[in-house]
Design a protein around this ligand. Structure first.
Ligand code: AMP
Ligand code: MG
Length: 348
């Protein structure tokens, strides 16, 4: 298949033409990779059962891992699911934005989209291209991350091209993703409680502003990938986000971590460190995560750095285990999976 490539340039007429063309592809049952504020999504109509099958096929995604459905306005959730009062409060505060809410689905959403579950994951993206595409197509849009299953999610159109060229109809290039990690996924537990199934940019502390009880699912933060486990968010059970390089995740103080990597870094290795630590290593091994303490910048760069490690043909990537705090939880969740959930604990 020839994959059409369209760049969003900021020229209103050209951009509208590119988006119209993409909407036409979606309505005809085809697939388009689109920018969102989290990561690039692989978009197909959520109303056409075969579109979901094509998404699984293009990604090589296990069929038991349901897709997120993207809507143009928070109120559109009522057309495909059964929102409650808590959904309305969350929508008023966090939508459009990087929050996905799981609701009981209506029959209009085919089982291929939800992997047979009676619930559907719903998100309203804030990215203007994604928003416009959903509005123009007139369909809710199923869109998982636009990577081949298992590898780091794409945060630029180049990443998508590397994974999907020849496998999908079109790539809309809207530049780099602002957030860089996938959305927060939550389950609602009645009208005043929710559970985080996948941490993201909307954190537990933020959710607590509109919801009395916020729980983080153990599956989202415990380093375990046992095959016999059935986490409620099926995507959390797979080795995920992993580069070809072996990611060695070290639980240690900063100085112990730096010393360990200086002693053990041999061959084709790289190290994820804040800009301030660049001086400890030769330039060729540096994978810089931004200023120390800037969790947002690290999140924005993580997947891109993991992909760069493969471009550099690194065999090993060392990383310090991020803190399990509210601010770093999404990073923690992604990086333990990139490391196959193995953590090396070293005490000073
Ligand atoms: P991705 O499409 O790559 O952003 O991944 C979507 C995430 O949402 C995966 O972790 C899925 O398992 C999760 N998800 C999607 N739909 C549901 C659902 N109905 N119930 C629980 N988790 C879901
Ligand atoms: Mg994904």
């Amino acid at each position: 298949m020839n994959t059409e490539y369209q760049k969003i340039t900021g020229n209103p007429a050209e951009d509208e033409a590119a988006i119209s063309r993409a909407a036409q592809i979606i309505r005809a049952g085809g697939l388009v990779a689109i920018p969102t504020e989290t990561v690039y999504g692989l978009a197909g109509s959520a109303l056409i059962p075969e579109s979901a099958l094509k998404i699984y096929e293009a990604k090589g995604r296990p069929a038991d891992n349901p897709l997120i459905v993207h809507i143009a306005a928070p109120a559109d959730a009522a057309k495909i699911a059964y929102p409650n009062a808590l959904y309305d409060r969350l929508a008023a505060r966090f939508m459009p934005g990087p929050l996905t809410v799981i609701l009981k689905k209506r029959d209009i959403i085919p089982p291929t989209v939800t992997a047979g579950l009676d619930t559907v994951a719903i998100r309203c993206p804030s990215n203007s291209v994604a928003h416009r595409l959903i509005a123009v197509s007139g369909h809710p849009i199923a869109a998982p991350s636009a990577n081949r299953s298992g590898v780091p999610s794409p945060t630029s159109a180049e990443h998508v091209r590397a994974d999907m060229d020849g496998r999908i109809d079109m790539i809309l290039d809207g530049g780099e993703c602002e957030i860089g990690l996938e959305s927060t996924v939550i389950r609602l537990d009645g009208d005043d409680a929710c559970t985080i199934l996948r941490p993201g940019a909307v954190t537990a502390d933020m959710l607590a502003a509109v919801c009395r009880e916020v729980t983080v699912s153990p599956a989202a933060v415990e380093p375990s990938l046992a095959d016999d486990e059935h986490p409620e968010s099926p995507g959390m059970k797979y080795k995920h986000y992993a580069p070809k390089a072996n990611v060695i995740l070290i639980d240690a103080d900063e100085s112990v971590f730096l010393r360990y990597v200086r002693e053990h870094g041999t061959g084709r290795y790289g190290v994820l460190v804040p800009n301030e630590d660049a001086g400890y290593f030769p330039e060729g091994v540096l994978l810089l995560t931004g200023s120390r303490g800037d969790a947002k910048e690290y999140a924005r760069r993580l997947f891109s750095l993991l992909r760069r490690a493969d471009e550099m043909r690194l065999e090993t990537v060392f990383a310090k285990l991020p803190p399990k705090t509210d601010e770093y939880l999404a990073l923690y969740n992604r990086i333990i999976r990139a490391a196959g959930c193995r953590i090396l604990k070293i005490s000073g």
